[in-house]
Design a protein around this ligand. Structure first.
Ligand code: MN
Length: 204
């Protein structure tokens, strides 16, 4: 059942994360959440068949086509999660601070297969229209073997196009802000007031 895994892992009385529901359809949006859990990582999510199909990317996305960053497929999240930003309390699944690091529309760049079919085949080609991430990206499942956790191992790779950037460094402090509320991870953690950016409603 869709979202069963998502719901099983969480106690919604104790976490501010949305319960959410499965939709019949979804707009083609993506979101990347910066997540300061026990290990800092980035969660890359694509809206496909009414849920956010999700990968945890330990090193985060890169605009440098030379980087092939590990992306571990995780449980589908509800579409409502695209706007989730805040602090998951200590002791709960994924405890730590979550930032909406980037978001926007995406297009499928495979002319013959839908995103759902591409997902099943283990190769998803998209063009991202984010604030920080732009242009072509590929998600590629590396092999059939699963990690010890039962998760699939994929790679996230930037396509060579006019947006490619060999000098990309995700640890640049200038990238540490929410595209939804213009806050740094520390400001979100401290619960500083949200500053809704003018484009925030358009992106997710
Ligand atoms: Mn995460």
């Amino acid at each position: 059942m869709p979202l069963a895994d998502y719901r099983r892992r969480r106690k919604f009385a104790l976490t501010p994360e949305p319960v959410g529901r499965v939709r019949q359809r979804s707009k083609r949006i993506f979101v990347v959440q910066k997540h300061a859990a026990s290990h800092l990582h980035y969660d890359f999510r694509l809206a496909i068949h009414g849920v956010l199909v999700s990968w945890a990317v330990p090193k985060g996305p890169s605009m440098d086509p030379a980087d092939k960053h590990l992306a571990i497929r995780t449980e589908d999240h509800p579409l409502e999660y695209a706007k989730f930003e805040g602090v998951i309390p200590e002791g709960q699944y994924g405890a730590g601070t979550v930032m909406v690091w980037d978001a926007g529309a995406y297009d499928s760049t495979n002319d013959t297969l839908t995103p759902e079919q591409q997902l099943a085949q283990g190769k998803v080609d998209v063009e991202l229209h984010g604030v920080k991430l732009r242009g072509g990206f590929a998600l590629v499942r590396t092999d059939k073997s699963l990690l010890s956790t039962g998760r699939e191992r994929w790679l996230l790779i930037k396509r060579r196009d006019e947006y490619a950037d060999q000098s990309w460094n995700i640890n640049n402090p200038r990238l540490d802000y929410s595209v939804l509320t213009d806050r740094t991870l520390k400001q979100i953690e401290r619960g500083e007031p949200k500053k809704m950016l003018s484009h925030a409603h358009a992106i997710v």
